[in-house]
Design a binder for this molecule. Structure first.
Ligand SMILES: [Zn+2]
Length: 204
């Protein structure tokens, strides 16, 4: 990553980046998905149809965010299998459970691995989450071989899909999920804005 690229990412919230790589994409996708698709691609849908499905799934993730325990940053995630069935759901429970691993993505991935796959691989699945995954969750997607990662709002201070790091598309990994960011970003930010506004009021 060049310093300019990092600066661009850190000053970006909902504005899509334009960086591409050979193994993945954030918002700029090739016209032929198959040409850019790593192992684990969950569907052969044309781009437009996949875009519509991503938004449908993102609304399910937003609904999960609405169920976030009080006191936790509202983030929701779903895992969808190759047939479009939701096989995992989760919302952030780090504070509620006193568990640093209890991010929405990890909870949803654990549920999905119990429902599908050969124990831990999720190559035919898509993780859809309302906020750009952190280093831990992006790493879990790589190590769990999640086929696609779709996220909503950018997270300039913690995001590891382009903001502070690009764990997902690191070419050093043997497996690189396809990634798409900024899906329904404004809608995904609503609960986050309300949460942090409440926190500010409590702190005053
Ligand atoms: Zn996380």
């Amino acid at each position: 990553m060049s310093p300019t690229w990092i600066m661009t990412a850190m000053t970006t919230t909902t504005t899509p980046m334009t960086t591409n790589s050979e193994k993945g994409h954030l918002t700029e996708r090739p016209t032929d998905l198959a040409a850019d698709q790593p192992a684990g691609r969950p569907s052969a849908l044309p781009r437009r149809e996949q875009d519509i499905l991503d938004e449908v799934w993102m609304r399910l993730a937003i609904a999960e965010a609405a169920h976030t325990a009080p006191g936790d940053v509202p983030v929701g995630a779903v895992v969808v299998d190759a047939e479009g069935r939701v096989v995992g759901r989760g919302s952030n429970r780090r504070e509620a459970d006193g568990d640093p691993l209890a991010h929405a993505e990890v909870i949803a991935l654990r549920e999905a691995t119990r429902a599908v796959g050969d124990g831990w691989r999720l190559e035919q699945c898509t993780l859809v989450v309302t906020l750009e995954p952190c280093v831990m969750c992006a790493g879990a997607c790589v190590m769990g071989r999640v086929g696609r990662v779709v996220f909503g709002a950018w997270s300039p201070k913690t995001g590891a899909c382009g903001s502070i790091a690009d764990v997902i598309r690191d070419p050093a990994h043997a497996f690189t999920p396809q990634v798409r960011g900024g899906v329904l970003a404004d809608e995904c930010s609503v609960y986050l804005r309300e949460f942090f506004e409440r926190q500010r009021q409590l702190d005053e």
